[in-house]
Write a protein that binds this ligand. Structure first.
Ligand SMILES: CC(C)(COP(=O)(O)OP(=O)(O)OC[C@H]1O[C@@H](n2cnc3c(N)ncnc32)[C@H](O)[C@@H]1OP(=O)(O)O)[C@@H](O)C(=O)NCCC(=O)NCCS
Length: 272
């Protein structure tokens, strides 16, 4: 870890007064990229933490529940740490009109927060789209819901017969991987697409879960296209991440709409 990054993380933890804990940087398998993960404690959240951490709470969240502002703050704190770790400037990252974060032009990133976890996957290169998701390991009713609402019969059969991971872990991982895929492809698809739009056809291997599109999402995202989602499994949670190349002539400015082009660089593989 570079000294400025370490200094920033120490200051972040100190200023958060117990709200942020266990902030760690992870290798991502992509060049010029970092994944920052941390825990946040809602019991330690106070509204003035935005000032303490020098982050702005958007007006749209002024009437939201405090837990939503706490999640937002934790996510933006991870984003700032990620950009600084990449040696980049770290301006505010507003919420876009469709809910996706508006990233600075010279970088790409994605944010997630769930059950006291928050993470940001950021790339110091604006020619990518990024997706990241963190999920607490599911069990009981939560696991049943995941299996019922986010997997098809073939995926459930695969989860039951494969031996690489305990079924609950793979089911949680698959759910997370689909959310990560959604975030990474949303800027290209420009529309909502559900859990039936991608499918797991083989078990996980080498820290990757391969999802195939089950239908074309747009001209540049054809049926059967594979995406290798990276993952990490901890004792009680999993996280997944993916980077996908922007379209060749996609000109994206924060707040601008996205044009689609016939030439699309799919890149399930990074140019590391
Ligand atoms: C949008 C969605 C993926 C967010 O996931 P989630 O588990 O609810 O919440 P997470 O904490 O992981 O992510 C929330 C963050 O996602 C980001 N986000 C929201 N909408 C987004 C979008 N359309 N594209 C990319 N990122 C988005 C935001 O940064 C948000 O945090 P913020 O509001 O604090 O900035 C989810 O709510 C959803 O709609 N899922 C159904 C679609 C899907 O996953 N399909 C599967 C396709 S195979």
């Amino acid at each position: 870890m570079s000294t400025p990054t370490a200094t920033h993380l120490i200051a972040l933890l100190a200023h958060s007064r117990g709200f942020l804990n266990d902030v760690t940087l992870h290798d991502t398998d992509y060049a010029n990229a970092v994944l920052v993960h941390g825990r946040f404690d809602f019991e330690s959240y106070t509204e003035n933490l935005f000032d303490k951490l020098a982050l702005r709470c958007p007006a749209s969240l002024s009437t939201a529940l405090p837990i939503r502002r706490a999640e937002f703050l934790a996510g933006r704190a991870m984003a700032r740490a990620a950009l600084l770790a990449l040696g980049q400037a770290a301006p505010e990252i507003p919420i876009g009109p469709d809910g996706a974060p508006l990233w600075p032009r010279y970088s790409a990133g994605s944010i997630t927060h769930a059950r006291g976890h928050s993470a940001c996957f950021a790339i110091a290169d604006g020619s990518w789209h990024a997706g990241v998701d963190v999920e607490a390991l599911a069990s009981g009713h939560a696991l049943e819901s995941i299996l019922c609402m986010t997997t098809n019969a073939a995926e459930r059969a695969l989860i039951a017969r494969q031996t690489a991971l305990p079924p609950a872990r793979l089911a949680t991982l698959l759910f997370s991987a689909k959310e990560t895929l959604f975030k990474a492809l949303y800027p290209l698809a420009r529309r909502f697409f559900g859990f039936d739009c991608a499918e797991l056809r083989t078990g996980p291997a080498n820290g990757r879960l391969r999802l195939h599109l089950t239908q074309a999402l747009c001209r540049e995202l054809p049926e059967h296209e594979p995406y290798d989602i990276r993952f990490n499994i901890a004792e009680d949670y999993v996280f997944t991440w993916l980077a996908v190349r922007r379209l060749q002539d996609e000109s994206v400015q924060p707040g601008q709409s996205i044009r689609h082009s016939a030439s699309f660089f799919n890149s399930a593989e990074p140019t590391a």
